[in-house]
Design a protein around this ligand. Structure first.
Ligand SMILES: O=C(O)[C@H]1O[C@H](OP(=O)(O)OP(=O)(O)OC[C@H]2O[C@@H](n3ccc(=O)[nH]c3=O)[C@H](O)[C@@H]2O)[C@H](O)[C@@H](O)[C@@H]1O
Length: 437
């Protein structure tokens, strides 16, 4: 340290007049120290940049990032114009309307629920991370459609707690329709962490924001028929066991139901889970069988139809999107207010779980026959054994609870619903000109 002072003493107050010491020792030492300082400064800047890049919002979540979400790092929100747009989108325009934050608004169910709410004069603000699980251009097309009906979609992730806090600051939402999720039963074997990220961490992040919001919103969210797993008692009733999930996807949805119960119990959040049964229709998800069967039949590609052991039929309680939308709106309309405030429970709050199905299971082979007739193309088919990757043999909803309490009454059969889907599909992909993802 003393040595240090001694050579620093040689530096004149006017740098231009600095005279270099002749001694090579001092000269080298000075050069060495100044290089060291430069190196330290650059190292500091470099480390600071790394820190900002990796730890800034929107990832306040410590879980590893799903690669499909890498593109989401850019911060796409904030500023007065953005706030004005968000407020205007969420403004209630009917006398008894509600103001709803719809997560996953650029998703399949999201676009339909948002449109229906907006149409009846409710305020709607969307949130979506536009991840690349399936063709993002389809999500962008849904966004453009919502934009035309006055629904703004904020680009961001439900795991971004800073963004969620901001949204609740800007708008006093009465309700949250939580549809953002990592969907798909079989993909869970390929990318398990994406299910934990969206369906567990994302749900907790959302519920944390809701519990702290003032007023606390009522929350309706998408669970899944897959929670029934290996349950063999049919039709599936809400009272049946759901402790035998057959896929990680199902397990994360089941975990979501338990997490929801905790937030209801501790914070007085009003929570309603809707167990959707294989929802299909226009603007649907390209990862679902009815969608990629249509694409592959038109391309002349062979499709695989699953069959259970001993030639057992694989069937689904396919449910048309318009029926699901009615169920979602009824759930929002009958949701009681949350009872907490300032993050504290004031009294017991509503906790509900409903099946939303069609209550008419159809074998997958029948689904294919209907598509062949509608597309006027014979499918190239191969029958293969139901893979052991998360699929269950059949689903069948008992919907009497939803019927009684929500007035839910599905009215579209598979033939009618698929006809509407095929019409949309052919229009959207304009005879195969656009590549169906
Ligand atoms: O109801 C639900 O809870 C779930 O419904 C669907 O899951 P799934 O019923 O498996 O829907 P698809 O993947 O479209 O499969 C439909 C049927 O086609 C069968 N399938 C699928 C793919 C294939 O190549 N061949 C085939 O026969 C499946 O075994 C299943 O019986 C959704 O993908 C899930 O996100 C949702 O949560």
């Amino acid at each position: 340290m003393l040595k240090h002072i001694s050579y620093l003493d040689n530096i004149p107050s006017t740098p231009g007049k600095f005279k270099m010491e002749k001694s090579p020792y001092v000269h080298n030492k000075l050069r060495w120290h100044s290089s060291l300082m430069k190196l330290s400064v650059w190292s500091f800047i470099f480390l600071a940049l790394i820190f900002i890049f990796f730890y800034r919002s929107p990832s306040s979540n410590p879980l590893p990032q799903d690669p499909s979400r890498r593109s989401l790092r850019a911060h796409n929100w904030g500023g007065p114009a953005w706030e004005k747009r968000a407020r205007s989108s969420a403004r209630i325009r009917s006398h008894d309307g509600i103001s709803v934050l719809v997560t996953g608004a650029a998703g399949f169910v999201g676009i339909h629920v948002s449109t229906a709410l907006k149409r009846r004069g409710d305020g709607v603000l969307g949130l979506d991370n536009f991840n690349e699980y399936y063709d993002p251009s389809l999500k962008r097309a849904r966004q453009a459609l919502l934009d035309r009906s006055g629904v703004f979609i904020v680009e961001g992730d439900v795991n971004d707690s800073t963004l969620l806090r901001k949204l609740f600051e800007v708008v006093a939402f009465t309700h949250v329709m939580h549809l953002a999720a990592q969907a798909g039963v079989r993909y869970a074997m390929e990318n398990p962490s994406s299910y934990v990220h969206s369906n567990i961490a994302g749900l907790v992040s959302l519920l944390e924001a809701c519990k702290s919001a003032n007023p606390q919103p009522a929350i309706v969210w998408a669970s899944s028929s897959s929670v029934y797993g290996l349950n063999s008692k049919v039709p599936f009733s809400e009272k049946d066991r759901t402790d035998q999930p057959a896929s990680l996807y199902a397990a994360t949805k089941k975990a979501g139901e338990e997490i929801a119960h905790t937030y209801n119990h501790i914070y007085g959040l009003s929570l309603t889970a809707l167990r959707f049964f294989t929802v299909y229709g226009p603007w649907g998800r390209p990862d679902m069988a009815y969608f990629f069967f249509t694409r592959d039949i038109l391309k002349g590609k062979t499709i695989s139809i699953f069959e259970a052991a001993n030639h057992g039929t694989v069937a689904r309680d396919f449910t048309y999107i318009d029926d699901i939308v009615k169920g979602c709106l009824a759930a929002l309309d009958t949701a009681e207010k949350s009872t907490g405030s300032g993050g504290k429970k004031k009294g017991p709050a509503q906790f509900r779980i409903y099946n939303l199905g069609n209550t008419l299971p159809v074998p997958v082979s029948d689904l294919v026959n209907i598509l062949e007739r509608l597309l006027k193309v014979n499918a190239k088919k191969k029958i293969i054994k139901l893979p052991q990757n998360g699929d269950v043999q059949f689903t069948h909803a008992n919907i009497s609870l939803a019927q009684r309490e929500l007035g839910y009454k599905p009215s579209t059969d598979l033939q009618t619903g698929l006809k509407k889907f095929v019409r949309w599909y052919l229009g959207y992909y304009s005879g195969g000109k656009k590549a169906a993802g």
